[in-house]
Design a protein around this ligand. Sequence first.
Ligand SMILES: CC(=O)CC(=O)SCCNC(=O)CCNC(=O)[C@H](O)C(C)(C)COP(=O)(O)OP(=O)(O)OC[C@H]1O[C@@H](n2cnc3c(N)ncnc32)[C@H](O)[C@@H]1OP(=O)(O)O
Ligand SMILES: NC(=O)C1=CN([C@@H]2O[C@H](COP(=O)(O)OP(=O)(O)OC[C@H]3O[C@@H](n4cnc5c(N)ncnc54)[C@H](OP(=O)(O)O)[C@@H]3O)[C@@H](O)[C@H]2O)C=CC1
Length: 283
Amino acid sequence: MTIENVMVIGAGQMGSGIAQVCAQAGFNVTLNDMKEEAYNRGIQGITKNLSRDVEKGRKTEEEKEGILGRITKSLDLNDAKNADIVIEAAVENMDVKHSIFKTLDAAAPEHAILATNTSSLPITEIAAATNRPERVIGMHFMNPVPVMQLVEIIRGLATTDEVYTAVEDMTTKLGKTPVEVQDFPGFVSNRILMPMINEAIFTLQEGVASKEAIDSVMKLGMNHPMGPLTLADFIGLDTCLYIMEILYEGFGDSKYRPSPLLRKYVAAGWLGKKTGRGFYDYS
Ligand SMILES: CC(=O)CC(=O)SCCNC(=O)CCNC(=O)[C@H](O)C(C)(C)COP(=O)(O)OP(=O)(O)OC[C@H]1O[C@@H](n2cnc3c(N)ncnc32)[C@H](O)[C@@H]1OP(=O)(O)O
Ligand SMILES: NC(=O)C1=CN([C@@H]2O[C@H](COP(=O)(O)OP(=O)(O)OC[C@H]3O[C@@H](n4cnc5c(N)ncnc54)[C@H](OP(=O)(O)O)[C@@H]3O)[C@@H](O)[C@H]2O)C=CC1
Protein backbone atom coordinates (compact mmCIF):
# COMPACT_ATOMS: atom_id res chain seq x y z
CA MET A 1 0.00 0.00 0.00
CA THR A 2 1.10 3.59 -0.60
CA ILE A 3 1.39 5.95 2.35
CA GLU A 4 1.27 9.69 1.58
CA ASN A 5 -0.90 11.23 4.28
CA VAL A 6 0.05 10.77 7.92
CA MET A 7 -1.93 11.93 10.94
CA VAL A 8 -0.18 12.20 14.31
CA ILE A 9 -2.29 12.33 17.50
CA GLY A 10 -0.74 14.27 20.41
CA ALA A 11 1.65 17.19 19.88
CA GLY A 12 3.75 16.51 23.00
CA GLN A 13 7.44 15.63 22.97
CA MET A 14 6.92 12.38 21.03
CA GLY A 15 4.07 13.45 18.70
CA SER A 16 5.87 16.63 17.63
CA GLY A 17 9.09 14.66 16.97
CA ILE A 18 7.19 12.07 14.92
CA ALA A 19 5.45 14.83 12.93
CA GLN A 20 8.84 16.47 12.26
CA VAL A 21 10.55 13.32 10.94
CA CYS A 22 7.51 12.42 8.80
CA ALA A 23 7.39 15.91 7.23
CA GLN A 24 11.18 15.81 6.71
CA ALA A 25 10.74 12.56 4.77
CA GLY A 26 8.17 14.24 2.45
CA PHE A 27 4.91 12.93 3.94
CA ASN A 28 1.91 15.25 4.32
CA VAL A 29 1.32 15.46 8.07
CA THR A 30 -1.78 16.41 10.05
CA LEU A 31 -0.76 17.06 13.65
CA ASN A 32 -3.61 16.77 16.14
CA ASP A 33 -3.95 17.73 19.79
CA MET A 34 -6.96 18.45 21.97
CA LYS A 35 -5.82 21.97 22.79
CA GLU A 36 -4.52 24.72 20.50
CA GLU A 37 -1.81 25.65 23.08
CA ALA A 38 -0.46 22.09 22.98
CA TYR A 39 -0.38 22.17 19.16
CA ASN A 40 1.41 25.54 19.23
CA ARG A 41 3.99 24.23 21.72
CA GLY A 42 4.59 21.23 19.44
CA ILE A 43 5.12 23.41 16.37
CA GLN A 44 7.44 25.71 18.34
CA GLY A 45 9.60 22.70 19.25
CA ILE A 46 9.73 21.54 15.63
CA THR A 47 10.59 25.06 14.42
CA LYS A 48 13.40 25.30 17.02
CA ASN A 49 14.89 21.96 15.89
CA LEU A 50 14.71 22.96 12.21
CA SER A 51 16.21 26.40 12.88
CA ARG A 52 19.16 24.70 14.64
CA ASP A 53 19.63 22.53 11.53
CA VAL A 54 19.66 25.69 9.37
CA GLU A 55 22.19 27.40 11.68
CA LYS A 56 24.42 24.33 11.51
CA GLY A 57 24.19 24.31 7.70
CA ARG A 58 22.37 20.96 7.57
CA LYS A 59 19.23 22.43 5.98
CA THR A 60 18.42 25.53 3.97
CA GLU A 61 15.79 28.06 5.03
CA GLU A 62 13.67 26.88 2.05
CA GLU A 63 13.87 23.26 3.23
CA LYS A 64 12.84 24.34 6.72
CA GLU A 65 9.82 26.23 5.36
CA GLY A 66 8.96 23.29 3.08
CA ILE A 67 8.92 20.91 6.07
CA LEU A 68 6.79 23.26 8.19
CA GLY A 69 4.48 23.76 5.18
CA ARG A 70 3.79 20.01 5.09
CA ILE A 71 2.37 20.07 8.65
CA THR A 72 -1.31 20.98 9.06
CA LYS A 73 -3.04 21.79 12.34
CA SER A 74 -5.89 19.62 13.63
CA LEU A 75 -7.98 19.85 16.80
CA ASP A 76 -10.51 17.22 15.68
CA LEU A 77 -9.91 13.46 15.41
CA ASN A 78 -12.37 13.37 12.48
CA ASP A 79 -9.59 14.95 10.38
CA ALA A 80 -8.40 11.32 10.06
CA LYS A 81 -10.72 11.06 7.05
CA ASN A 82 -7.80 11.63 4.62
CA ALA A 83 -5.15 9.60 6.45
CA ASP A 84 -3.34 6.54 5.08
CA ILE A 85 -1.81 5.99 8.52
CA VAL A 86 -2.52 7.48 11.93
CA ILE A 87 0.26 7.41 14.54
CA GLU A 88 -1.14 7.97 18.03
CA ALA A 89 1.18 9.56 20.62
CA ALA A 90 -1.24 10.81 23.29
CA VAL A 91 -0.83 10.10 26.99
CA GLU A 92 0.11 6.54 28.17
CA ASN A 93 -3.33 5.54 29.43
CA MET A 94 -5.45 2.66 28.12
CA ASP A 95 -8.81 4.42 28.57
CA VAL A 96 -7.59 7.46 26.60
CA LYS A 97 -6.11 5.26 23.87
CA HIS A 98 -9.30 3.15 23.64
CA SER A 99 -11.42 6.24 23.22
CA ILE A 100 -9.07 7.70 20.56
CA PHE A 101 -8.91 4.42 18.61
CA LYS A 102 -12.71 4.03 18.67
CA THR A 103 -13.13 7.50 17.18
CA LEU A 104 -10.31 6.98 14.65
CA ASP A 105 -11.81 3.66 13.55
CA ALA A 106 -15.04 5.45 12.65
CA ALA A 107 -13.32 8.46 11.04
CA ALA A 108 -10.38 7.00 9.09
CA PRO A 109 -10.77 5.41 5.65
CA GLU A 110 -11.05 1.61 5.53
CA HIS A 111 -7.52 1.16 4.17
CA ALA A 112 -5.89 3.31 6.88
CA ILE A 113 -3.40 1.78 9.32
CA LEU A 114 -3.91 2.78 12.96
CA ALA A 115 -0.52 2.77 14.70
CA THR A 116 0.31 3.59 18.30
CA ASN A 117 3.54 4.93 19.78
CA THR A 118 2.65 3.41 23.16
CA SER A 119 5.67 2.62 25.36
CA SER A 120 4.18 -0.45 26.97
CA LEU A 121 0.41 -0.89 26.60
CA PRO A 122 -0.72 -4.11 24.85
CA ILE A 123 -1.26 -3.49 21.12
CA THR A 124 -3.81 -6.32 21.02
CA GLU A 125 -5.93 -4.61 23.69
CA ILE A 126 -5.77 -1.22 21.92
CA ALA A 127 -6.74 -2.98 18.65
CA ALA A 128 -9.77 -4.52 20.35
CA ALA A 129 -11.34 -1.04 20.55
CA THR A 130 -11.61 -1.06 16.73
CA ASN A 131 -13.31 -3.11 14.03
CA ARG A 132 -9.99 -3.42 12.19
CA PRO A 133 -7.56 -5.14 14.61
CA GLU A 134 -5.64 -6.52 11.61
CA ARG A 135 -4.70 -2.91 10.67
CA VAL A 136 -3.55 -1.87 14.18
CA ILE A 137 0.17 -1.99 15.03
CA GLY A 138 2.75 -0.58 17.45
CA MET A 139 5.24 1.91 16.01
CA HIS A 140 7.43 2.78 18.98
CA PHE A 141 9.79 5.71 18.38
CA MET A 142 12.53 6.66 20.85
CA ASN A 143 13.04 10.05 22.48
CA PRO A 144 14.31 12.45 21.07
CA VAL A 145 12.68 11.25 17.86
CA PRO A 146 14.77 13.34 15.39
CA VAL A 147 17.98 11.86 16.84
CA MET A 148 17.31 8.22 17.78
CA GLN A 149 17.70 5.48 15.17
CA LEU A 150 15.34 2.82 16.49
CA VAL A 151 11.67 2.19 15.82
CA GLU A 152 10.32 -0.94 17.57
CA ILE A 153 7.51 -2.35 15.46
CA ILE A 154 5.10 -4.42 17.49
CA ARG A 155 2.62 -6.83 15.98
CA GLY A 156 -0.72 -7.27 17.74
CA LEU A 157 -2.30 -10.71 17.69
CA ALA A 158 -4.22 -9.95 14.48
CA THR A 159 -1.81 -7.59 12.66
CA THR A 160 -1.38 -8.70 9.02
CA ASP A 161 1.95 -9.09 7.21
CA GLU A 162 0.80 -6.43 4.70
CA VAL A 163 0.40 -3.86 7.50
CA TYR A 164 3.71 -4.88 9.10
CA THR A 165 5.56 -4.48 5.79
CA ALA A 166 3.97 -1.08 5.07
CA VAL A 167 5.07 0.22 8.49
CA GLU A 168 8.53 -1.29 8.09
CA ASP A 169 8.92 0.44 4.68
CA MET A 170 7.71 3.74 6.10
CA THR A 171 10.20 3.48 9.00
CA THR A 172 13.05 3.03 6.51
CA LYS A 173 11.81 6.06 4.53
CA LEU A 174 12.02 8.07 7.76
CA GLY A 175 15.73 7.16 7.93
CA LYS A 176 15.17 4.93 10.97
CA THR A 177 15.92 1.27 11.65
CA PRO A 178 12.91 -1.00 12.27
CA VAL A 179 13.16 -3.89 14.74
CA GLU A 180 10.36 -6.46 14.97
CA VAL A 181 9.02 -7.28 18.42
CA GLN A 182 6.08 -9.31 19.71
CA ASP A 183 3.30 -7.94 21.89
CA PHE A 184 4.53 -8.55 25.46
CA PRO A 185 4.51 -6.06 28.38
CA GLY A 186 7.11 -3.33 27.82
CA PHE A 187 8.05 -4.94 24.46
CA VAL A 188 11.88 -5.19 24.46
CA SER A 189 13.02 -1.59 25.02
CA ASN A 190 11.11 -0.78 28.18
CA ARG A 191 11.21 -4.29 29.64
CA ILE A 192 14.97 -3.81 29.87
CA LEU A 193 15.36 -0.03 30.27
CA MET A 194 12.63 0.78 32.81
CA PRO A 195 13.61 -1.74 35.55
CA MET A 196 17.09 -0.16 35.41
CA ILE A 197 15.62 3.31 35.90
CA ASN A 198 13.31 2.02 38.67
CA GLU A 199 16.31 0.39 40.42
CA ALA A 200 18.19 3.70 40.23
CA ILE A 201 15.22 5.36 41.98
CA PHE A 202 15.22 2.65 44.70
CA THR A 203 18.97 3.26 45.10
CA LEU A 204 18.29 6.96 45.65
CA GLN A 205 15.36 6.21 47.98
CA GLU A 206 17.54 3.94 50.14
CA GLY A 207 20.22 6.64 50.47
CA VAL A 208 22.90 4.52 48.82
CA ALA A 209 24.19 7.58 46.94
CA SER A 210 23.14 11.06 45.82
CA LYS A 211 21.30 11.53 42.53
CA GLU A 212 24.42 13.04 40.96
CA ALA A 213 26.53 10.08 42.13
CA ILE A 214 24.06 7.51 40.78
CA ASP A 215 24.00 9.25 37.39
CA SER A 216 27.80 9.58 37.35
CA VAL A 217 28.27 5.86 38.02
CA MET A 218 26.18 4.92 34.99
CA LYS A 219 27.58 7.69 32.73
CA LEU A 220 31.24 7.28 33.54
CA GLY A 221 31.21 3.61 34.44
CA MET A 222 28.95 2.25 31.73
CA ASN A 223 29.24 4.99 29.09
CA HIS A 224 25.50 5.70 29.09
CA PRO A 225 24.89 9.10 27.43
CA MET A 226 22.64 10.14 30.33
CA GLY A 227 22.46 8.85 33.90
CA PRO A 228 19.23 6.93 34.72
CA LEU A 229 17.71 9.71 36.87
CA THR A 230 18.39 12.36 34.20
CA LEU A 231 16.92 9.98 31.62
CA ALA A 232 13.82 9.42 33.78
CA ASP A 233 13.33 13.21 33.98
CA PHE A 234 13.80 13.39 30.20
CA ILE A 235 11.25 10.63 29.45
CA GLY A 236 8.72 12.00 31.99
CA LEU A 237 8.22 10.47 35.45
CA ASP A 238 4.50 9.92 34.75
CA THR A 239 5.38 7.86 31.67
CA CYS A 240 8.01 5.91 33.69
CA LEU A 241 5.42 5.12 36.37
CA TYR A 242 2.78 4.06 33.80
CA ILE A 243 5.31 1.70 32.20
CA MET A 244 6.36 0.15 35.54
CA GLU A 245 2.69 -0.40 36.41
CA ILE A 246 2.10 -2.15 33.06
CA LEU A 247 5.16 -4.41 33.65
CA TYR A 248 4.06 -5.15 37.25
CA GLU A 249 0.50 -5.96 36.23
CA GLY A 250 1.42 -7.70 32.97
CA PHE A 251 3.93 -10.13 34.49
CA GLY A 252 2.47 -10.31 38.02
CA ASP A 253 6.04 -10.32 39.31
CA SER A 254 7.14 -8.21 42.32
CA LYS A 255 10.48 -7.45 40.65
CA TYR A 256 8.62 -4.84 38.60
CA ARG A 257 7.03 -2.97 41.56
CA PRO A 258 7.39 0.79 41.02
CA SER A 259 9.52 2.61 43.55
CA PRO A 260 7.41 4.52 46.16
CA LEU A 261 9.67 7.54 45.55
CA LEU A 262 8.67 7.52 41.86
CA ARG A 263 5.00 7.41 42.91
CA LYS A 264 5.58 10.32 45.32
CA TYR A 265 7.18 12.53 42.67
CA VAL A 266 4.36 11.84 40.19
CA ALA A 267 1.73 12.54 42.87
CA ALA A 268 3.48 15.87 43.55
CA GLY A 269 3.30 16.77 39.85
CA TRP A 270 7.11 16.61 39.58
CA LEU A 271 7.08 14.94 36.19
CA GLY A 272 10.63 15.82 35.10
CA LYS A 273 11.91 18.16 32.43
CA LYS A 274 8.48 18.82 30.93
CA THR A 275 7.13 20.33 34.19
CA GLY A 276 10.41 22.00 35.19
CA ARG A 277 11.06 19.69 38.15
CA GLY A 278 11.76 16.02 38.67
CA PHE A 279 14.87 14.53 40.25
CA TYR A 280 16.56 17.72 39.04
CA ASP A 281 15.36 21.32 38.83
CA TYR A 282 14.99 22.76 35.29
CA SER A 283 13.49 26.14 36.19
C1 LIG B 1 10.36 5.60 27.21
C2 LIG B 1 10.27 4.94 25.90
O1 LIG B 1 9.23 4.40 25.57
C3 LIG B 1 11.40 4.78 24.98
C4 LIG B 1 12.45 5.84 25.00
O2 LIG B 1 12.43 6.76 24.23
S1 LIG B 1 13.60 5.66 26.18
C5 LIG B 1 14.70 7.00 25.90
C6 LIG B 1 15.66 6.71 24.78
N1 LIG B 1 16.56 7.81 24.67
C7 LIG B 1 17.74 7.86 25.29
O3 LIG B 1 18.13 6.91 25.96
C8 LIG B 1 18.49 9.13 25.12
C9 LIG B 1 19.78 9.12 25.87
N2 LIG B 1 20.49 10.39 25.65
C10 LIG B 1 21.18 10.64 24.51
O4 LIG B 1 21.27 9.82 23.60
C11 LIG B 1 21.83 12.00 24.40
O5 LIG B 1 22.00 12.52 25.71
C12 LIG B 1 21.00 13.02 23.53
C13 LIG B 1 21.00 12.55 22.08
C14 LIG B 1 19.58 13.17 24.01
C15 LIG B 1 21.65 14.38 23.65
O6 LIG B 1 22.98 14.22 23.27
P1 LIG B 1 24.16 15.09 23.92
O7 LIG B 1 25.40 14.79 23.14
O8 LIG B 1 24.15 14.86 25.38
O9 LIG B 1 23.70 16.57 23.77
P2 LIG B 1 23.76 17.55 22.53
O10 LIG B 1 25.17 17.75 22.07
O11 LIG B 1 22.98 18.73 22.98
O12 LIG B 1 22.92 16.79 21.41
C16 LIG B 1 23.47 15.89 20.45
C17 LIG B 1 22.71 16.06 19.18
O13 LIG B 1 21.32 15.71 19.37
C18 LIG B 1 20.47 16.82 19.02
N3 LIG B 1 19.36 16.87 19.97
C19 LIG B 1 19.45 16.79 21.31
N4 LIG B 1 18.22 16.85 21.85
C20 LIG B 1 17.34 16.97 20.81
C21 LIG B 1 15.93 17.07 20.72
N5 LIG B 1 15.14 17.03 21.83
N6 LIG B 1 15.36 17.17 19.51
C22 LIG B 1 16.13 17.20 18.39
N7 LIG B 1 17.47 17.09 18.41
C23 LIG B 1 18.07 16.99 19.61
C24 LIG B 1 21.34 18.03 19.13
O14 LIG B 1 20.91 19.05 18.26
C25 LIG B 1 22.69 17.51 18.71
O15 LIG B 1 22.80 17.45 17.31
P3 LIG B 1 24.16 17.90 16.58
O16 LIG B 1 25.30 17.43 17.42
O17 LIG B 1 24.07 17.19 15.27
O18 LIG B 1 24.05 19.36 16.49
N1 LIG C 1 8.47 10.26 26.71
C1 LIG C 1 9.12 9.29 26.10
O1 LIG C 1 10.35 9.19 26.22
C2 LIG C 1 8.40 8.33 25.23
C3 LIG C 1 7.01 8.25 25.24
N2 LIG C 1 6.36 7.37 24.44
C4 LIG C 1 4.90 7.29 24.43
O2 LIG C 1 4.42 8.36 23.61
C5 LIG C 1 3.15 8.80 24.11
C6 LIG C 1 3.24 10.29 24.37
O3 LIG C 1 4.26 10.56 25.31
P1 LIG C 1 4.91 12.02 25.45
O4 LIG C 1 4.95 12.68 24.13
O5 LIG C 1 6.14 11.84 26.25
O6 LIG C 1 3.80 12.73 26.36
P2 LIG C 1 3.47 14.29 26.48
O7 LIG C 1 2.79 14.44 27.79
O8 LIG C 1 4.67 15.13 26.15
O9 LIG C 1 2.44 14.54 25.27
C7 LIG C 1 1.17 13.94 25.17
C8 LIG C 1 0.31 14.90 24.36
O10 LIG C 1 -0.90 14.26 24.00
C9 LIG C 1 -1.98 15.16 24.32
N3 LIG C 1 -3.21 14.39 24.49
C10 LIG C 1 -3.65 13.77 25.62
N4 LIG C 1 -4.84 13.19 25.36
C11 LIG C 1 -5.13 13.43 24.06
C12 LIG C 1 -6.23 13.12 23.21
N5 LIG C 1 -7.28 12.44 23.68
N6 LIG C 1 -6.21 13.55 21.91
C13 LIG C 1 -5.17 14.25 21.43
N7 LIG C 1 -4.11 14.61 22.19
C14 LIG C 1 -4.10 14.19 23.49
C15 LIG C 1 -1.50 15.87 25.56
O11 LIG C 1 -2.26 17.03 25.77
P3 LIG C 1 -2.37 17.62 27.31
O12 LIG C 1 -0.97 17.96 27.72
O13 LIG C 1 -3.27 18.78 27.14
O14 LIG C 1 -2.95 16.49 28.13
C16 LIG C 1 -0.06 16.16 25.16
O15 LIG C 1 0.04 17.30 24.33
C17 LIG C 1 2.85 7.95 25.35
O16 LIG C 1 2.06 6.85 24.97
C18 LIG C 1 4.24 7.51 25.79
O17 LIG C 1 4.21 6.32 26.53
C19 LIG C 1 7.04 6.55 23.57
C20 LIG C 1 8.40 6.61 23.49
C21 LIG C 1 9.19 7.47 24.35
